[in-house]
Design a protein around this ligand. Sequence first.
Ligand SMILES: Cc1cc2nc3c(=O)[nH]c(=O)nc-3n(C[C@H](O)[C@H](O)[C@H](O)COP(=O)(O)O)c2cc1C
Length: 356
Amino acid sequence: MTHHPRFGVWGIVYGAWGSRHHPEDPVDASWERNKKLILEAEALGFDSTLIAQHIINPFGEEHDQLETWTTSAALAAVTERIEIIAAIKPYLVHPVVLAKQALQIEAISRGRFALNFVNAWFKPEFEKAGITFPDHDERYAYGKEWLTIVRELVSGKAVNFAGKYFNVKDYQLTPKDPYRDRPAIYVGGESEPARELAASTADVYFINGQPLFEVQRLIDDVKRRPRAGLPPRFGLSAFVIARETDAEAQAALDSAWELNAKDKEHRAKSIGNADPKAVMLQTAIKYPHIGTNGGTAAGLVGSYETVTQRIWEFVDAGIELFMLQFQPFESEMRRFADEVIPRVRASAERRSSQVA
Ligand SMILES: Cc1cc2nc3c(=O)[nH]c(=O)nc-3n(C[C@H](O)[C@H](O)[C@H](O)COP(=O)(O)O)c2cc1C
């Protein structure tokens, strides 16, 4: 059997994943743009989309922000095949409500829904609303109870849970998932409790873009931890710059850095708003990059051949899903679908015939 990785695109929840000053990529976080973009991604053969979650824009509240769960429900209704992953920060919604919403979107999408548990780093979103924002590790302790309840409920089980934060008695959701055991569960986060939670409670561990040896270290760490059921799978976030030649890709990366300099104030705002204990932030500072969530630090920058080769290096390390950002999003996404995906598929054929 030919095995090749899955590819996904990030919904444009902030209106741009690179610079806000790109001349051919006007900032637009609207539903209309996202709908069009994700329908096109599906038609181009992308397998998945991730809708990140923020209620207000972490780069400045004056900027537009797309809402995750309403968007995911609407996408579920208009798409046919693509997986829809919605991010959720546990303090924003009670687990029984969130589990019910997840099952409803699973039904609307006919079995294509997943949630991405994210522990939150953007303080003002909570503090200004009067929602509690405890210390990093306590947020994970709360999150573990929260995700345990959600996982049981979306599995159709009757839940009795008495913990430090939740007290749920004889709660069961009807109807159950008619398509599979339950929607998929992803966890994104780099700290110790994030890795523990991914190993114990998630199907897929989502990793921010960073060099291969760091990704390998995180994968090995999660694989070593106690776990029941199927082995964990792994996803990687990356911002792609692919061109005919390595030199052209390098030139495009240089121009991206020039534009990036214009976003200085915007970026400083998001760092000022972040929990300094978020390990993701420390990795981001260690590996400067274009895009968010590691972006170009994953190294998917180069000729079509180079990018294809790097993708396989990550696949060999254990990555199964690549969640991608581009700029300008639409045209670079088409280029990736035209130039890189066929090369990855061709090398998958070669690799499987070598094995056979
Ligand atoms: C693929 C991916 C997607 C993420 N999406 C979001 C998101 O939508 N909203 C958010 O606040 N954080 C998001 N995060 C950030 C993680 O939740 C972040 O790592 C966490 O806030 C800090 O936890 P840590 O200290 O365990 O890294 C994402 C992380 C990854 C890897």
